[in-house]
Design a protein around this ligand. Structure first.
Ligand code: A3P
Length: 306
C-alpha cells in the first residue's frame, strides 16, 4: 500500500499473494487500501458537486488519461498556452485521491478550480455521491477487458509499489475474480452502461472507437460538453490527443512520476486494440471467454475485442 513514505512507494512488494490479501473489499468492489475507502466516505459526505462539473469515469486501464486529455483540451479550447506548465493529472484531479495516498492530485485541488471543474474517478458506480449524477456531466470510457487485463499487467510490472504477478495468475487469480483495484470489470462497466441509458448527462465512449476514428469521437464529446469549436481547434485537439503526441508530452505521460517505472513499461504504452492476442494462450482465452459470457448475460453492451 502506498504511504507518504517514498521508500515504500519505490520498493516493489515481493510477495504478491500477501499483497493481494491486504487489498480491501469495500461494498462490492476492491480497493488498494483502506485509505481509499475512507476517502470515498469523506467524498460521499463532504464533497459537493457543482453545476458544470465534468467527470471522466472509467475502470482503470480503459483510456482514462486519454479521455482526461481530450476533455481538458476541449474545455480549454485547444489553446496550447493554457495547457503548458500543468500536469494533466493536476488539471483533471483524481476525485477519490488524497494526500494520504501520497497523491498530490486528489480532490483538494478541485477547491481552487474555476468552473467547469474537471476530474476523474474510477469509483464503482453505486459508490459515487448521488449529487454527482444530479449535477455533473460524466464521460464514461469503456474498453474491452482483455486489453485492460494486459495493460493492467504491464502497469503492475512498471509501478514500483505494485507487485509483479506472473501473467497466468494475473488473469486467472486476480483479473477474472475481480481482485484488482476497482474490479471486477463487468460490474463497473455494466453499471455505468445501464445508467447512461437513463441519464442524458452520461456519455458512454468506447476506447476502440477512439482508436478507429478519433476525430468523430472528439466531435461527439465536444457536442456533449456544449463546446462549439472551430475546425482548426478540433484538429488541434485530435493532434494533441494522438498516441504519438501524448507519448511525447511530459504533461500527460506521467514520466515525471518517480513511482512509475517507465523504463520497464511506459504509461502510454501501445495504445492499440487487440494486444491481448500477443499475451493470451488458447487456454487463457477460453477461460476468459467463458467468464465473459457469464458477465454479459442479458446485457446489450457490445464490446469489440479487435
Ligand atoms: P496500453 O497499456 O494498452 O497501451 P488509463 O489511462 O485508463 O490507465 O489507460 C491507459 C491505456 O490507455 C494504455 O493502454 C495507454 O497506452 C492508452 N492510451 C493513453 N493515451 C492514448 C492515446 N492517445 N492513444 C491510444 N491509447 C492511449
Amino acid at each position: 500500500m502506498p504511504t507518504k513514505n517514498e521508500d515504500t512507494l519505490l520498493q516493489k512488494p515481493t510477495d504478491w499473494r500477501a499483497w493481494v490479501n491486504d487489498l480491501v473489499r469495500y461494498k462490492d468492489t476492491t480497493l488498494i487500501a483502506s485509505i481509499l475507502a475512507e476517502n470515498l466516505e469523506t467524498i460521499h459526505q463532504a464533497f459537493t458537486f457543482l453545476d458544470g462539473d465534468i467527470v471522466v469515469a472509467s475502470h482503470p486501464k480503459s483510456g482514462t488519461t486519454w479521455m482526461q486529455n481530450i476533455v481538458s483540451l476541449l474545455i480549454d479550447g485547444a489553446d496550447p498556452e493554457k495547457l503548458k506548465g500543468q500536469a494533466l493529472y493536476q488539471r483533471v484531479p483524481w476525485l477519490e485521491g488524497k494526500e494520504d495516498l501520497d497523491c498530490d492530485w486528489g480532490y483538494q485541488l478541485l477547491e481552487n478550480q474555476a468552473s467547469p471543474r474537471l476530474m476523474k474517478t474510477h469509483v464503482y458506480g453505486p459508490l459515487v455521491p448521488p449529487t454527482m449524477l444530479q449535477k455533473a456531466r460524466i464521460v464514461y470510457i469503456v474498453r474491452n477487458p482483455k486489453d485492460i487485463a494486459v495493460s493492467y499487467f504491464h502497469m503492475h510490472r512498471a509501478y514500483h509499489f505494485l507487485p509483479d504477478v506472473p501473467w497466468d495468475e494475473f488473469i486467472t487469480e486476480l483479473f477474472l475474480p475481480g481482485k484488482l483495484q476497482y474490479g471486477p470489470w463487468h460490474k463497473h462497466a455494466l453499471y455505468w452502461w445501464k445508467l447512461s441509458k437513463s441519464h442524458s448527462n452520461i456519455l458512454f465512449i468506447h476506447f476502440e472507437d477512439l482508436v478507429k476514428d478519433l476525430k468523430t469521437q472528439v466531435e461527439k464529446i465536444a457536442v456533449f460538453l456544449g463546446k462549439e469549436l472551430t475546425v482548426n481547434a478540433i484538429e488541434k485537439v485530435v493532434k494533441e490527443a494522438s498516441f504519438e503526441s501524448m507519448k511525447a508530452n511530459q504533461a500527460v505521460n506521467y514520466s515525471q512520476v518517480e513511482a512509475m517505472g517507465h523504463e520497464i513499461s511506459p504509461f502510454i504504452r501501445k495504445g492499440t486494440v487487440g494486444d491481448w492476442i500477443n499475451h493470451f494462450s488458447a487456454e487463457q482465452n477460453r477461460r476468459f471467454e467463458q467468464t465473459f459470457e457469464v458477465w454479459m448475460d442479458g446485457s446489450d453492451l457490445q464490446i469489440d475485442f479487435l
